[in-house]
Design a binder for this molecule. Sequence first.
Ligand code: BV8
Length: 246
Amino acid sequence: MKILEEVLEWIRRHRPARIAVLTGAGVSADSGIPTFRGGDGLWKQHRVEQLATPEAFSRNPGLVWEWYEWRRDRVRLASPNAAHLAIAELQRHPKLDVTLITQNVDDLHRRAGSREILELHGNLFRVRCSLEGHVRQAEEAFSELPPACPCGALLRPDVVWFGEPLPARTLEHAAEAASACDLLLLAGTSGVVYPAAGLVSFVRRGVVVEINPSRTPLTDQSAWWLEASASAVLPVIVDGIRSAAS
Ligand code: BV8
């Protein structure tokens, strides 16, 4: 792949040390997790924009929880793929300053061994009391839906729904990493959801490399577009960065 060779040549010459990685649902596609906007992006007759909203939850918490429990089941049975593992390996390199920013809520980066993860949109395996607001881990399937907090109020998934603000500190940290990086790896995102997609515009002197089988609205802001799956090319790119840094 000629473009991949160009990217590896750039890495060899510039030895990037500050790396930002921004991932979307596409990096989990090779773990068998359906993406949101691809051909398999529909769930029954619903779209994520219809179900992942506070309005949908107050209108029909049972339906929203049925969708989330279906997704939690899918993820529990899935394993991290070579893309997740390569990113975790990149983070472990002692001479590299790597910031992982994800829009994904599937916890697969953590299960792949990533420890520092900026979760812009929350996590499927945490829940929050819709009244008191406190958050707790919830790995196991709920016996009844929608689940309730001991206080009696409904529990909701600890994710950011459409129309809800992202965690401010996490977003700020992600923007700082994008503006300070030498290289932004943009993997598996359709680049349509904001403010996450807007992080690319924070890149100042760094170079953006997009990894996606399809073009996106962010392709034109990328120095290189690798038309490939993340699980195929991320391990190769990570090897290149690690050997240039050693
Ligand atoms: C906000 C968590 C403001 C839940 C998600 C009207 C009202 C309010 C807001 C808006 C509005 N109009 C627009 C907005 C902004 C809105 C937005 O961006 N809407 C879009 C749809 C236009 N954003 C928001 O609402 C955000 N909040 O603006 O709040 C505010 C401020 C202060 C006070 C109050 C309010 C909140 C956005 C977060 C929404 N939550 N998820 C859940 O997951 O259940 S978003 C959801 O989309 C997921 O998190 C997902 O990660 C994210 C982005 O999707 P992608 O990850 O990119 O996945 P997608 O399927 O789209 O694409 C996959 C890509 O992978 C494809 O390109 C494909 O080609 C590629 N691919 C496939 N296979 C592979 C691959 N790539 C590599 N390898 C492969 N093998």
